[in-house]
Unconditional design. Structure first.
Length: 325
């Protein structure tokens, strides 16, 4: 296996481990210290603030399964990149944000993602996160590794009181997915020929001969390219058309409607907001109460079963199915 590494400083490393450990393709996440001038620093020395080191995580990942760009997206979504004093309740140089690149390619991708974040207008203050060359990573004490698992009560108390989650929800919103779309070459490598033709070339798969048209399992459907949540099995119904049909989206803000006159008739095309994938069309002949029928290509979707929602990073949707049962 070709293993690559990514190193991020995002404030308290306890809070930075869990989001990355949930990602498919991530092999290991280790908490430690980097960026300073003291060899083999202790936690106490780093907390004193005079070692030059920051609390950081090092992510080992399989680039065949997850890209560095995807890791950058997750990083930005965990931090306040405008804070020049630390992160949330933790202040001091050891809590400043930084991306430590391991190669010129990582450096270019990090700079690009930072520029795109600045241009997005999401923050009123400048993005202060530094992009620095990686030098040395010192593994933190064993009790810091997987802290959220070893001390779940204390971790949850700290996380709630730190203000991190409140900030993330305020800035990114529920269900927001910061996504940098891969280029055509990468998409062709990641997707099957049918998935590429449907999502990128607006093709339509065959009715009654696709993966999800008769899928009756409980779970959610996400964009095959970006992973943004789109539909739920709770809103799925048998339309008799041979394609997956839904009465409404699970996250309306992830759905974009466009007028489509490609076959000499006006239809409303459905695309995903962040990946701009062609999904299908919506028609006004669905069931009550919406009277809508979102007719979607299976090839544009990935199904996440209810029992895998937490593992796949979609844990917040579990409550939808608990209410039903």
């Amino acid at each position: 296996m070709n293993i690559e590494r990514a190193t991020f400083a995002g404030g308290c490393f306890w809070c930075m481990e869990p989001p990355f450990k949930k990602l498919e393709g991530v092999i290991e996440v280790i908490s430690g210290y980097t960026g300073g001038h003291v060899k083999d620093p202790t936690y106490e020395e780093v907390c004193a603030g005079d070692t030059g080191h920051a609390e950081a995580i090092q992510v080992s990942y399989d680039p065949a399964k997850i890209t560095y760009s995807r890791l950058l997206e997750v990083f930005w979504q965990q931090v306040d990149p405008t804070d020049t004093e630390g992160q949330f309740v933790d202040k001091g140089p050891q809590y400043l944000t930084a991306i430590f690149y391991h190669s010129p390619e990582q450096q270019a991708l990090a700079n690009k993602s930072k520029e795109e974040l600045e241009k997005s207008g999401r923050f009123k203050s400048p993005v202060a996160t530094k992009i620095l060359p990686f030098s040395e990573f010192y593994v933190a004490e064993e009790y810091h590794q997987d802290y959220y698992k070893k001390n779940p009560v204390r971790y949850k108390l700290y996380r709630v009181n730190s203000g991190r989650d409140q900030f993330i929800k305020k800035v990114w919103g529920e269900g927001f997915h910061l996504f940098q779309k891969p280029d055509k070459r990468e998409l062709k490598e990641r997707l099957s020929q049918l998935q590429y033709k449907v999502t990128q070339e607006n093709d339509t798969e065959r009715a009654f001969n696709n993966e999800y048209w008769d899928n009756k399992k409980a779970g959610i459907y996400v964009d095959i390219v970006s992973g943004e949540p789109l539909f739920s099995s709770l809103h799925k119904f048998d339309s008799g058309t041979g394609w997956p049909s839904f009465a409404e989206p699970i996250e309306p803000e992830n759905i974009v409607e466009r007028e489509d006159s490609s076959i000499f008739m006006k239809r409303t095309e459905i695309r995903s907001r962040h990946a701009d994938s062609h999904l299908g069309h919506v028609f006004p002949d669905g069931p009550e109460p919406t009277r809508l029928r979102y007719c979607i290509n299976s090839a544009a979707l990935r199904f996440i079963p209810e029992e895998d929602l937490e593992k796949e990073g979609y844990g917040k949707y579990k409550s939808l199915f608990e209410q039903v049962s």
